[in-house]
Design a binder for this molecule. Structure first.
Ligand code: TRH
Length: 385
């Protein structure tokens, strides 16, 4: 086994393809590597504006800035010129993004060459275990890249989890006054606090209007908290006004309240404070699993419905025995054989909520046994020479 140098440096390249997930994951990983493993991290980001939405300290005008002890560099283009001295001990490209050619050439000139990893997207599919840590030699240069896959088993890299997160969550959830104060700052009233609280984060295709119809006719009050810009068409139709932060309306049993898009740590608190979370993509999906609350996943849509395969792979691992959860998940993602009948699915799902909450705790125990992604990644980097 090789050893990483005492003051290990790491460059993480992040291209923001769409939305906030890519930068959300990279920023989380960068902070954790710095804070918990004393790694000198440089995060290269092409889209500072998206980064600023989840991390308000970002100054979109600056080429280089320090945030939470991480060096953040604006990755403008592929034309940068680099020498071996610029190259970090560990180089990570997120989700197969192309790092600048001159940086790769400088990597080949460095002695020793850096550990080069491609951090892949999360999937519960079985093939992931076979591809995790596979190597790919560069066709021309004396460099080898390794694939590193997050995942749900001990044959993958695990999931991102900061060491203090679960303790912070438990302290927050055991303190109803803190939860009420947090939601109060977002405009939630004491009456809404005692209703069934549901956070809603999804892609535009989600059948939000259909679910709103069912929730309106519920026998108990339900408050849906939705960040500004999410499911805007259905939210506006329900509100009868623009879905700007602070907008709110109650119709029959359902209150819909629009929240501002909040910084990442606050988004965790929102997940911890709600009784049910609708999440999407990768990062909020993982955070919902650490929140220990029931959640429904809206998966990022892919061509030829490839995402349905991924959704089913996850459901098989997570919830195969809870029919209402499977039915709601498939219906929410338009992945069922027939059109989903939410009026039938919702009541049984609601009845199953306590059982699903207990299942979340068991699930967490399984995930914890896999270790966390940042630690697993560094352990692997030590073995690569
Ligand atoms: O933004 P997303 O749709 O990202 C997705 C996925 O990462 C997907 O895998 C990728 O291929 C695609 O983009 C292009 O959803 P995700 O992954 O949940 O990321 C959202 C981030 O935004 C997450 O870090 C949580 C954060 N967030 C806040 O910080 N504040 C908020 O108010 C909300 C709603 C989210």
């Amino acid at each position: 086994m090789n050893h990483l140098p005492t003051h290990t440096s790491l460059a993480l390249f992040c291209k923001v393809v769409d939305n906030y997930g890519d930068i959300g994951i990279c920023w989380r990983l960068a902070r954790q590597l710095e804070q918990e493993h004393a790694i000198a991290v440089t995060l290269w980001v092409d889209d500072l504006r998206s980064f600023q939405r989840i991390c308000p300290q970002v100054n979109i005008q600056r080429e280089v800035q320090q945030i939470a002890n991480v060096t953040v560099r604006h990755w403008r283009d592929q034309d940068g010129v680099f020498s071996a001295a610029d190259v970090a001990d560990i180089v990570i490209e997120f989700f197969a993004c192309d790092i600048p050619p001159s940086y790769i050439a400088a990597m080949a000139q460095r002695t020793p060459p850096p550990v080069w990893l491609n951090l892949e997207g999360l999937s519960a599919e079985e093939w992931v275990e076979g591809c995790h840590t596979l190597s790919s030699p560069h066709p021309q240069m004396a460099l080898t890249k390794h694939f590193f896959f997050p995942g749900f088993t001990d044959k993958t890299g695990g999931l991102l989890l900061e060491s203090p997160l679960l303790q912070q969550r438990a302290a927050f959830q055991q303190n109803p006054a803190a939860m009420a104060a947090f939601l109060g700052q977002l405009g939630v009233t004491p009456g809404e606090f005692t209703s069934l609280k549901v956070s809603l984060f999804c892609y535009p295709e989600a059948p939000v209007a259909a679910l709103f119809d069912v929730w309106r006719r519920s026998d108990a009050a339900l408050t849906c908290l939705v960040p500004e810009g999410v499911a805007a068409t259905s939210v506006e139709a329900f509100l009868g006004q623009a879905a700007v932060a602070g907008a709110c309306a109650t119709r029959e049993a359902l209150t819909v309240r629009v929240l501002p898009f909040i910084p990442q740590p606050d988004y965790d608190k929102l997940l911890w404070a709600c009784d049910l979370n609708f999440v999407r993509g990768e990062d909020s999906f993982v955070r919902a699993q650490w929140a220990g609350k029931p959640f429904i996943w809206h998966i990022y849509p892919q061509d030829k419905d490839l995402h349905h395969v991924k959704l089913n792979a996850f459901l098989r691992r997570y919830s195969a025995k809870t029919d209402s959860l499977v039915a709601l998940s498939l219906g929410w993602n338009a992945a069922a054989d027939e059109d989903a009948d939410f009026a039938a699915i919702w009541p049984s799902f609601k009845t199953d909520l306590p059982k699903i909450a207990m299942m979340s705790t068991d699930w967490q125990r399984k995930l914890l046994a896999n270790g966390d992604l940042a630690s697993n990644l560094l352990k692997f980097a030590e073995t690569v020479g």
